[in-house]
Design a protein around this ligand. Sequence first.
Ligand code: COA
Length: 293
Amino acid sequence: MSYTDKMLRDDALKGKVIVVTGGGSGLGKAMTKYFLELGANVAITSRDLDKLKNTASELEVATGGTCLPLQCDVRHYDQVENMLQSVLKAFGKVDVLLNNAAGNFISPTERLSANAFDTVIDIVLKGTKNCTLAFGKHWIDTKQKSSTVLNIVTTYAWTGSAYVVPSATAKAGVLAMTRSLAVEWAKYGIRTNAIAPGPFPTKGAWDRLMPGDLAEKFDMAKKVPLQRVGDHQELANLAAYMVSDFSAYINGEVVVIDGGEWLKGAGQFNMLEAIPEELWDQLEMMIKAKKNK
Ligand code: COA
């Protein structure tokens, strides 16, 4: 067995209807593929309908599942409501909302226009709010017994991060929404959780966040105690578990999947990793010698 293997049993998501925002490419596509393999019907949404259609037919051929492409800019509540109605028309119900759509770019904050800052906040925070509110209202109105919201956040939602300030600000809001609704909406049978992925390379994110030769200059794997980046299947495994009935008692949780990356940046003495074994011998002798004086 390896972390690149598929984790859940066949048909683990059979009968579920899942909406993945930003499902046309990258990590959204990887998670969608696995959901289809596990028997779910999946609607994927983004602004780019052509891209969605290509992805949907590619995944249907690869998995034998049903994947519905729906154009929707999550920044606009009316488009989200229309998207929800299209899902209900096609599948008769919806069980899971995966808020995966995001927008991000690196920049010194003082260089950003007000509109640039708003654009990221609008996609990430307002988009997640729009989808969560529309789906939540529907689930509560129709008294659906069990449903799940899964939000993709990031570890800098709680540490903050320089040079991606709009994204950090928005993801912190999504994290607060996750924990708040986990309590408030549990009585309606709605579970609300989040996943905080570390570096999982995708073309879209890497082109935006590591443009030019930055990817060579800053090897992301070196920041990770496990010394590698993530594999898409291991994120898909976690997401499938989090939306499945196997995780029925997990609510309000944010699961970090980053090989220990954020903690490496946080621990006060973690830089001592750089000290070689011989130097530890010398240091130990010095410390002991001082103690015996
Ligand atoms: N640095 C600084 N400002 C930037 C920028 C950058 N790299 N990219 C865009 N902007 C600014 C634009 O100049 C514009 O501001 P202005 O009107 O004051 O000039 C504002 O952001 C909106 O840009 P626009 O291209 O019109 O927005 P959009 O809605 O078409 O695109 C983005 C949204 C910018 C987030 C785009 O990167 C995108 O669509 N990303 C989606 C996928 C994604 O980012 N996923 C996350 C992967 S980590």
